[in-house]
Design a protein around this ligand. Structure first.
Ligand SMILES: Cc1ncc(COP(=O)(O)O)c(C=O)c1O
Length: 400
């Protein structure tokens, strides 16, 4: 007789769900005879602009490309100084460099892990020409206040909303507040396609330039040149890149967009469930909630304080040993060897350095179950409690 052994399934850090309807839509495009940029991208751009409340949306290959293209579309002088947070994805810093500019990194607020007016003022040096504001984890950054601190008009701000699809600042959805807003459809994001990005803006010139820049700087609607009856002629009018979105990506995105509001509500419920589950665990600080507006809950980032009794790295190892997979967002960019050349002498990143020792991103996605969250919280509580007991009464049964 076979023995039924109950084992716990691993809880991955991310789980990408491409729904059955989205798969059908992608198959329909693949069978259509046209798979790259085309009518699906145009339709997705229209639906997306409406969802975020912006006048224009431009589909691109990734959020990284969206940031580079947006900065190019601001038409800054080459070598302009562009301020951004040291706690962001490295691709956002590369985008500034690839757009021909110099990244100026700012330290963060110890609570929100985003720059605040003070850290921006401290990083300004001889001033900056533009700024990339990241809504870290989906927590809305006060874009207007930060622009004022950087002494910039909103038209010189690009928002990195890779985490912020669904975030509101007050009652307003992120998407049309600054010059351009950049979204990601990477596999782990709130609206997963696999890869892809979107620029949204109310500025018709930024939209039209972005359309040209995403496809080698070729004159507008270059993708139409293979359509029946279209002309094969084109002009190269800008220093563009190859970063267009495909119709296969757009077909998936359009279908997923219909579910986004309910996925976002689920993320809110799951974040509240984590908050409750962790509220009893000594030395674990759950992520802050915004004073007003909606959090998109892309990430659920806890801080591991000394009172927990176990370091951040040991907590991650112990959770991994139990099949619970975590991540860290992000290694501060001033610590990255390539970016060190851009750091001004005497720069202060003490809040980011301190936070980096403590942060852990727990598993978080709309298909996560409350039972899985209970398991993660129980495991964290047990690891902390066990360590506090073992530091007074050593035991050979220590788990890691
Ligand atoms: C804050 C932030 N910005 C930009 C990006 C880049 O997004 P993409 O992978 O779509 O280029 C990411 C990706 O993880 C991110 O987390």
């Amino acid at each position: 007789m076979a023995l039924a052994i109950e084992t716990e399934q691993p809880i991955p850090f991310a789980r990408t769900v491409i729904t059955a309807r989205a798969r059908q839509a992608a198959s329909r495009v693949m069978a259509s005879g046209w798979v790259t940029t085309g009518p699906e991208v145009v339709a997705f751009e229209k639906d997306f602009a409406q969802w975020v409340g912006a006048q224009h949306a431009v589909g691109v290959a990734s959020c990284t490309a969206a940031i580079e293209i947006s900065l190019r579309a601001l038409e800054l002088a080459p070598g302009s100084r562009v301020l951004t947070s040291t706690i962001t994805f490295c691709g956002a810093i590369h985008a500034i460099i690839h757009a021909g500019h110099i990244p100026v990194l700012a330290d963060v607020d110890p609570v929100t892990l985003m720059p605040n007016a003070d850290t921006i003022a401290a990083a300004l040096g001889r001033g900056v020409d533009a700024m990339v504001v990241t809504h870290y984890g989906g927590h809305g950054a006060p874009v207007m206040e930060l622009a004022a601190a950087a002494r910039l008009p909103l038209s010189r701000v690009v928002e990195d909303a890779a985490h912020a699809l669904g975030t509101t600042i007050g009652a307003r959805r992120v998407g049309s507040i600054s010059g351009a807003t950049c979204f990601s459809f990477y596999a782990t994001k709130n609206l997963p396609i696999g890869e892809g990005g979107m620029i949204t803006t109310d500025d018709a010139r930024i939209a039209s330039l972005s359309r040209t820049l995403r496809i080698h700087g070729m004159s507008g609607d270059a993708w139409k040149r293979y359509m029946p009856g279209a002309s094969w002629r084109y002009d190269v009018t800008e220093d563009g890149i190859k970063a267009n979105m495909t119709d296969v990506q757009a077909a998936i995105g359009r279908v997923h967009l219909k579910s986004l509001a309910s996925w976002q509500r689920r993320r809110e419920e799951l974040a509240a469930h984590y908050d409750t589950g962790l509220s009893f665990v000594r030395g674990i600080v759950p992520p802050p909630h915004p004073a007003e507006g909606r959090h998109a809950w892309h990430l659920y980032v806890i801080k591991v304080k000394p009172e927990f009794g176990v370091t951040r790295d040991k907590l991650i190892s112990a959770l991994t040993a139990q099949g619970i997979h975590c991540s860290v967002h992000f290694i501060p960019n001033h610590l990255q060897p390539y970016f060190r050349r851009f750091i001004a002498r005497g720069s202060d990143f003490s809040a980011a350095d301190a936070a980096f020792r403590e942060i852990v991103s727990l598993p978080f996605y709309h298909s996560l179950t409350t039972r899985e969250i209970d398991r993660v919280c129980a495991a964290i509580a047990e690891i902390g409690a066990f360590s506090r007991v073992t530091t007074t009464t050593p035991t050979p049964a220590f788990r890691w």
